[in-house]
Design a protein around this ligand. Structure first.
Ligand SMILES: [Zn+2]
Ligand SMILES: [Zn+2]
Length: 138
């Protein structure tokens, strides 16, 4: 929470109760939530908040570099982890976890890529079964 307030102060973003609440949910154990996920959660406390407000607040957070938008499983989600990382997606429970792969990050792209165009990021998505789902399927 301190970091949210610090970033807001540093970047001149006004701290409102709504923004604090939405950020708190983004930073909670809910990983890679969609706007709908955040809306459903924040509504528990802020009963009158609209989904448009949540959309706008998250767009502001994105603009100020507080969250990163990620496209995972064909769904737009928001990631509070701003460091370079990759994702593991369980095809059964749909749980998304972060993992780090510094060797990959350092790797050169194949020669064919620069001819294709401009690369903004390279990210790995690994699909499979998480530990818990693997156990259940046995
Ligand atoms: Zn799973
Ligand atoms: Zn992530």
């Amino acid at each position: 929470m301190n970091s949210f307030e610090k970033v807001c102060n540093d970047k001149g973003l006004r701290i409102t109760h709504q923004r604090s609440e939405i950020f708190r949910i983004l930073a909670s154990n809910l990983t890679h939530p969609t706007v709908e996920n955040i809306f459903n959660k924040v509504r528990e406390d802020l009963k009158t908040i609209s989904i448009d407000t949540v959309y706008r607040t998250i767009a502001t957070f994105e603009e100020y570099g507080l969250v990163k938008r990620v496209q995972l499983d064909n769904i737009t989600r928001y990631d509070i982890n701003l460091s370079l990382h990759h994702h593991l997606i369980c095809s059964n429970c749909k749980k998304i976890e972060d993992f780090y792969w510094p060797d990959f990050d350092k790797m050169q792209l194949p020669n064919t890529i620069p001819g294709w165009g401009k690369v903004d990021m390279k990210q790995v998505i690994i699909n499979g079964l998480c530990h818990q789902c693997k156990k259940l399927k046995k």
